[in-house]
Design a protein around this ligand. Sequence first.
Ligand code: COA
Ligand code: AMP
Length: 625
Amino acid sequence: MNYNDLYKESIEKPDVFWKRQVNELKWHEVPKKIISATEIWNNWFEDGKLNMSYLCIDAHIENGHGDDVAIYYDSPVTDTKLAITYTDLLYEVGRLAGGLKDLGVKKGDTVIIYMPMIPQAIYAMLACARIGAIHSVVFGGFAPHELALRIDDCLPKLIITASNGIEVNRIIPYKPFVDEAIELAKHKPERVIIYDRERGVEYDNTDRDIDYGVLIEMSEVIPAVPVKSTHPLYILYTSGTTGSPKGVIRDTGGYATALKFSMKYIYGMEEGDTFWAASDVGWVVGHSYIVYGPLLNRNTTILFEGKPIKTPDASTFWRVISEYKVKAMFTAPTAIRAIRKEDPNGDFIKQYDLSSLKYQFVAGERCDISTLNWMEEHLKVPVIDHWWQTESGWPMLSNMVGVELLPVKPGSAAKAVCGYNIQILNESGEVAATDEEGFVAIKLPLPPGMLMNLWRNPERFNNSYLTKFPGYYFTGDGGYVDEDGYVFITGRVDDIINVAGHRLSTAEMEEIVSSHPAVAECAVFGVLCEIKGQKPMGLVVLSSDNDKNDTEIEKEIIQLVRSQIGAVASFKDLKIVKRLPKTRSGKILRKLLRKIADNEAFSVPSTIDDVSIIDEIKERLSIKI
Ligand code: COA
Ligand code: AMP
């Protein structure tokens, strides 16, 4: 197989290309229509019917693989290891689906899942899929306020949660957070199902609460309900450029087809291999490559409840790879930077047999060349940087190792994945020249698996992605393409930052900072961070009538962001300044602020209202003048 030919076919004859992939799945009704236009977009496999939970579990059992391990749960924070077979998975998922049905959850209802990295989180996702309920997993690092925003947008019939999560050695009380979020939200879900981890976390029980154990004890395994290909499998909220998150809707048939394709052709995984995505079920990586992708492809997936360091040390990743014979692993560069800091010479790596590992994949943020080189040197396998986002659901740029391993170019996420007609456009929407930096856009139509729409907000969908360059999907990233067709992603061109692989909105942080009564105006922007890649920094101008001291205010604002978004925002750097640099029309020059903070070369824009402010800011950020 050759990458160029396969890619060409996927762009020139998408219907032929994807019809072939359709046959890789066991549909309840095989689609005859491959791609069909809608008013705003295109649907995939419109007349097909399938069920994701069936494809991830029952289909493998029917083919004689019931005793194969579907999930290894490895939890250094609780000292637990479990091997869950496909037969076990059917028993757990089928009964929970039965329990949900008994509680009145129907096809098309929404269910929020707010859970730590425990098998019950995966059971909950697959149980929803089994009955056609649309799940929305909310990352456990988000605070009650963020959860409340999502409750009010997706209007769940019920919430599935756990008593608590565990962050290294700290108990995070999930159930109390859910109660607080429901208190804050306008919409009140009918029920809350709680999986009690029996770690001594106390929580109130109300009439709407039901214990997970009690629920499944009373229920029976129920069969999967076939749904239309275009039926939403999930809503996943992600940061946009305003304070409210965007609810990305994923279909079922297009997504299943794309994931199955990606496991084989991007990740090079044969059925039966072990795959490990060291992420969290709350992120898109967790949805696609902890849960659905590997299970669809009959791979063993690993559910790891730990951190790259501190659980107990920087050897954990290598222990897991060797213990479960992982063939391909996926993590964020930030995790490797954290490991490298603790173990610069890779001494821990040498203690483990990593002969099963064939590829190391990284994504979630730009992979700096030094980290990539370090991994290659110590792991001695190709390190594949690949690029995608919540909206795409699967990689858009990658070295497709299952097709043909192309030479790795450090700093580049390689070439367009089959189905994605990626173009670099300049400000006027023309295709940029080779090596010229521009906006990364994808010419329509897009391949299966991409978002269908934004939940209850088609207008925002249109404005966010389709209006900047008519005929193209705009990714929000900047980049350039070299003479060999390798694409280099240079970073977001909007107010989104990537902190330790977590996507966050600086606009949302600004909204929260501004809500503090002492703040007259503020700017939040991303600055370089050795381990996390980026971290947020805030500059605030105080209102004249405020009588608190600066340190007190700084602490209050930092705490405000932590309590509203969550610890995951990592908002710890805040400085009080007298003024902020602005254009004559009053727009804050955030890009300039970021460059000053990062000690990067910059030119003072001609539109600035007062040049003298630059020295003041430099001084405040302790940059040598
Ligand atoms: N529940 C509750 N709190 C959480 C959480 C969760 N699921 N995840 C993170 N947090 C908290 C952390 O405990 C930390 O709290 P603190 O400020 O009180 O210490 C805060 O959020 C920031 O977390 P994080 O950004 O993860 O930083 P860290 O210093 O704890 O760890 C790394 C740094 C690099 C080890 C860690 O960020 C990491 O493993 N990153 C990889 C991320 C990843 O895989 N992303 C998936 C995208 S592919
Ligand atoms: P998320 O939606 O959380 O997956 O974040 C998506 C964003 O992360 C992208 O739009 C990019 O800005 C960034 N990103 C993801 N992977 C990469 C990568 N390999 N290289 C550079 N940036 C990346």
